[in-house]
Design a protein. Structure first.
Length: 341
């Protein structure tokens, strides 16, 4: 019986960069004949790539070589399969992203992936339906995004940095937002602050850490019974708040992980005959249209959605030109209204 020969794994852009002693962005620009790389260096890198059988991913074209002139907005929803694109935060972000992309003469492709597996993003890239990709939130897809980060440059993730991350993110200061929201409630005299939201998710977990940091700074205990998991979709936040009230759990304030969750919590308080902010003060996160529509109007953490969209698109188009980029975090702002004056 003959031993079967095991094929060597294909060489990656990262491997070529190590062999050539340059960065992956230099490799990317050299393989697409970018003028920023000297001609001799370009030829040397191209010969090295040919020698080792490296095949350029045709999706990773520079701006000038783009074939589709389309940018895909991808929304992986492994954590919330029923979440709608009509969610106020998504609507605002998508609208601002679309404005920035179309200003540059590109079309927008919206891809909603309700059941992403480990290879969904790689398959999307290989479909060549777009020249660049903006992924809205990591969801549970950190490993899937890392898997393509070394060999595919033109994509940006709207989210916060995670340990071991190799892809580029643009997002808000979620930790700072959670800390500021909780500090506001503590400074107004609240002492039993309920955290309400899907705290296992990227970005939301950082809002929870900010909440904990504020409690520690005020020398208050972190009570696990006051940290309640609630989904963005359906009636989850309403039901969880009702359950907490029926159980006799004592709290005088709520920090909600989103404006939608905050509004649902206020409805639950009203159903139980409690007033906001008289009995329970509430602070949300996002400053979406819901914050002003809420009764009472919602105190919340404002994310600069328009600024986030501008930065995401700016960085993506730099990456389309073959340049590696750093991640970015935008500041947040507390907006005080009647739910927690």
């Amino acid at each position: 019986m003959h031993d079967r020969e095991i094929a060597a794994p294909p060489i990656r852009m990262k491997d070529l960069a190590e062999l050539a002693g340059v960065s992956t962005s230099t490799i990317s620009r050299a393989l697409t004949n970018h003028d920023s790389i000297p001609q001799a260096t370009r030829h040397a890198i191209q010969e090295l790539a040919a020698k080792h059988g490296y095949v350029v991913n045709n999706s990773a074209r520079s701006l000038r070589q783009s074939q589709t002139r389309t940018i895909a907005l991808a929304l992986p929803l492994a954590h919330e399969q029923d979440q709608l694109i009509s969610d106020p935060f998504f609507l605002s972000l998508f609208g601002n992203l679309a404005d920035e992309i179309t200003k540059r003469g590109f079309d927008v492709l919206l891809v909603r992936e309700p059941s992403p597996d480990a290879g969904w993003f790689e398959r999307l890239i290989r479909s060549r339906r777009a020249d660049g990709y903006i992924v809205i939130g990591q969801s549970t897809q950190h490993d899937a995004l890392n898997a393509v980060a070394d060999d595919f440059l033109p994509f940006v993730v709207g989210g916060s940095p995670l340990p071991g991350q190799r892809y580029c993110t643009v997002g808000s200061d979620n930790f700072g937002g959670g800390r500021i929201a909780t500090e506001h409630l503590l400074k107004r005299g609240n002492r039993r602050v309920l955290f309400l939201g899907p705290f296992a998710l990227p970005q939301i977990d950082q809002r929870l850490e900010g909440y904990k940091a504020a409690l520690k700074q005020h020398r208050l205990p972190i009570a696990e019974e006051l940290i309640i998991d609630a989904h963005f979709t359906g009636t989850s936040a309403y039901e969880q708040t009702c359950r907490a009230l029926c159980s006799g759990l004592e709290f005088d304030a709520i920090f909600a992980a989103s404006d939608g969750i905050a509004v649902s919590a206020i409805r639950a308080l009203d159903s139980a005959g409690l007033t906001c902010p008289g009995d329970v003060a509430v602070v949300g996160f996002d400053d979406s249209d819901l914050a002003l529509q809420s009764r009472p109007p919602l105190t919340t953490i404002r994310q600069d959605v328009a600024g986030m969209a501008i930065e995401i698109v700016r960085i993506l188009f730099r990456r389309l030109e073959g340049f590696s980029t750093d991640s970015a975090s935008l500041p947040i702002e507390l907006v005080v209204r009647e739910s927690a004056p």
